[in-house]
Design a protein around this ligand. Structure first.
Ligand code: IVH
Length: 692
């Protein structure tokens, strides 16, 4: 659709022109709403969306007869997906009016003064504007009964199974003053470091990665299998009140203090001059203090663990809030002041292809260095061919970049009108750039991989993984050193690390006495390790930390792990055919087994995983449990909790089963347990017993 007339001529438009522009804006805003809320694939920034939205608002104000009930200005964006149960919000979930400059903050206060016919300095409760996904928690008689997404503002989806996986969300409110029903709103987030780890894992598995933490959080909440949510470490901060059956609070600060006493996660508040990454909310008097708060938060922004895109300012007194009331889709007593987007323009000088540990070929754009949010950026991953094609990034292109989740540099778009003539689309080669072996793309994967398992890049990256922090943790052997030692022929395999001697190391250029000693010590210390770390360090495809723990728990020693069979593996919790095949493939390689045995010969001593002893091992002694259905935490962790309390895990229901733990969508096992009158516990029942 070509945009009719430009926005800067509002006020000069004739009615037919305005009508055309309004129709265009409505269609455009709806399209972007869908891309943002339902598909998690925004094409424009919030800033650009808000500009379109403001333009529509202004036109509707100038030509009220053009205002339609279908206009996005009359409802809150988003739609409901079929898979979860739909549920109404008892009070609609409103949006906030946005401001983009400090002048507009002053203007906002003036407007409130006019409405209240007062000039008194008002108290504002200021908090960060979290860039995540809004949620409403419903507590009935103190118990969490629903967690409803915003949806279209009136009806959302009940995603409680996923929300229950968030550690900081209490299933039961503690303390006094608990009303019959209270609906509490907040924002669900994925922290920047969890987001980076998640994308790294997905990249490694050849899956599509998320553009930013907000999309990752939204995508996670929509997962029907809550185990996925449990693994992704969602976080939540509460910030506003929906329905409440009783009149309990005088003000926002009052409300937040009570939330904290009930055990709900909030962003703690502090004095304006003491804001820090842990305490980011503050009470401010008048717009000058609000502006000081806005500026302080903007400087703290890049130090935070999570994304924020502005501040939210609320009139603190609930009585004043009530007298101000709402307009169509947002309250008059609150507004958001957004930060300017942290973006920059630069030129792509080169696209290089890197080879990772799994042989994956990753294209990386090397750009003219440019500063974004105080950090100089030169590289941005382009992930895979699909991503390159989608954005059509070419060498020589001028691009707009930002830091996804304020950390990872990302190309947002190519400025096509600046593209040099004769540029060519970039294609990832069919040969590995390191060893020139064939690179192939397997069905169902989005990445190409080098097919040579002895490719020098694959070897070096595998060694880097082996020594990394969560693996063998040889911290004095950094990435650069691995490369040098590999080049020099000192380390070719894992076991070579344990064969390094003082003389060999010192013979290398620029290797001092002290650092050589430190390195040898760090290698020696790493020998005392945990079995799960060793298994993870071996770098078997699809064996991440979680799977390594499962294997270590079941096999107890490295020798018995090496002798496993397909049948045994498939009987383990959370190990599917793909992972099992990958393990068996590694264990079939004589060279692999030899390597592991040499590690043991050279003194690597893996301890079995520490049991986290339950208060009473006798709690479930002599009892057999079957666990089925979808539970808020991964099934193997539920089974561990039971084992820790002395219970035994059984694979099928019989009359000898003591208890069936049934999660959501439990199927035939539940039916059988009912038939045999086996006691059935929910997740909450199990917790109640364990926490007694
Ligand atoms: S208060 C009446 N406080 O911003 C609205 N909202 O555009 C009450 N948000 O849907 C909301 N951080 O998802 C509030 N500290 C905060 C917030 C916040 C982020 C989001 C929320 C809401 C949207 C409004």
């Amino acid at each position: 659709m070509t945009p009719p007339r430009l926005p800067n001529i509002i006020g000069l438009m004739t009615k037919p022109e305005a009508k055309k522009r309004v129709a265009f804006l409505i269609a455009e805003l709806e399209r972007h709403n869908h891309l943002y809320h339902s598909l998690d694939q925004p094409e424009i920034t919030d800033f650009e969306f808000d500009k379109l939205f403001q333009e529509l608002l202004s036109l509707e104000e100038e030509f009220p007869e053009l205002k339609s009930v279908n206009s996005p200005t009359q409802k809150v964006g988003g739609s409901v997906i079929e898979a979860f149960e739909k549920m109404s919000h008892k009070e609609p979930m409103l949006s906030l009016q946005n401001t983009y400059s400090t002048d507009e903050i002053i203007e906002f206060e003036k407007k409130i003064h006019r409405q209240l016919s007062t000039e008194n300095r008002l108290e504002f409760f200021c908090s960060p504007k979290f860039d995540g996904v809004a949620i409403e928690l419903v507590y009935e008689l103190g118990r969490l009964t629903h967690a409803i997404t915003r949806g279209d503002g009136s009806v959302g989806e009940d995603v409680i199974s996923n929300v229950k996986t968030i550690r900081s969300v209490p299933l039961e409110l503690k303390g006094k003053n608990i009303p019959d029903r209270i609906d509490i709103r907040g924002e669900i987030l994925i922290f920047k470091n969890d987001f980076a780890a998640l994308n790294e894992l997905y990249q490694e598995r050849g899956l599509l990665t998320f553009a930013n933490p907000r999309n990752a959080a939204a995508g996670t909440l929509r997962q029907l299998d809550s185990r996925i949510a449990a693994e992704r470490n969602l976080k939540l901060f509460c910030y506003s009140l929906g329905f409440c059956s009783e009149d309990l609070f005088q003000s926002q600060s009052d409300f937040e203090a009570q939330l904290s006493q009930w055990g709900l996660p909030i962003m703690p508040s502090t004095a304006l001059n003491q804001l820090n990454p842990q305490k980011l909310s503050a009470l401010c008097k008048g717009s000058d203090e609000v502006i000081a708060y806005y500026r302080q938060l903007e400087t703290l922004r890049s130090d935070l663990d999570f994304d924020i895109d502005g501040i939210v300012v609320k009139v603190n007194s609930y009585k004043t809030q009530k007298s101000l009331g709402n307009i169509a889709r947002s309250p008059r007593w609150a507004f958001a002041a957004k930060f300017k987007p942290q973006q920059a323009k630069t030129v792509v000088e080169e696209i290089v292809v890197q080879v990772g540990r799994t042989g994956a070929l990753t294209p990386v754009a090397i750009m003219n260095p440019v500063e974004v949010g105080g950090v100089t950026i030169t590289n941005a991953t382009l992930h895979n061919q699909d991503e390159i094609d989608r954005k059509d990034v070419r060498v020589g292109d001028t691009v707009l970049i930002h830091r996804a989740g304020d950390v990872i540099p990302e190309i947002i778009e190519v400025l096509i009108n600046k593209r040099p003539k004769h540029s060519k689309p970039f294609k990832i080669p069919n040969l590995c750039p390191t060893c020139h072996s064939t690179a192939e793309q397997l069905e169902g994967e989005v990445v190409k991989r080098c097919t040579n398992s002895f490719c020098p890049s694959v070897m070096v990256e595998t060694l880097k993984h082996f020594v990394s922090r969560n693996a063998m943790n040889i911290d004095k052997l950094g990435s650069k050193q691995i490369e040098i030692f590999y080049q020099a022929g000192l380390i070719k395999t894992f076991s070579d690390i344990y064969r390094l001697s003082y003389d060999k190391i010192i013979s290398l250029d620029r290797q001092g006495e002290k650092s050589t000693q430190n390195l040898l010590e760090s290698i020696e210390t790493s020998k005392d390790t945990d079995l799960h770390r060793l298994i993870y360090a071996l770098g078997i495809r699809h064996v991440g930390e979680q799977t390594a723990r499962t294997l270590a728990r079941s096999y107890k020693t490295i020798e018995s792990f090496l002798e496993t069979s397909e049948e045994e593996l498939l009987n383990l919790p959370d190990i599917g055919p793909k992972v099992a095949q990958s393990i068996l493939k590694a264990l079939k390689q004589k060279a692999f087994i030899k390597e592991v045995l040499q590690l043991i010969d050279l003194g690597v001593r893996p301890k079995k995983i520490k049991d986290s002893p339950h208060k009473s091992k006798a709690l479930f002694a002599g009892m057999g449990f079957v666990v089925t259905g979808t539970l808020p935490i991964p099934r193997n962790q539920v089974q561990d909790l039971i084992r820790d309390a002395g219970g035994q895990i059984l694979s099928s229901v019989s009359k000898n089963t003591s208890v069936l733990i049934a999660g959501e969508n439990a199927g035939s096992k539940l039916e059988k347990a009912e038939k045999l009158s086996v006691p059935i516990w929910t997740w909450d029942d199990l917790n109640a017993k364990l926490n007694k």
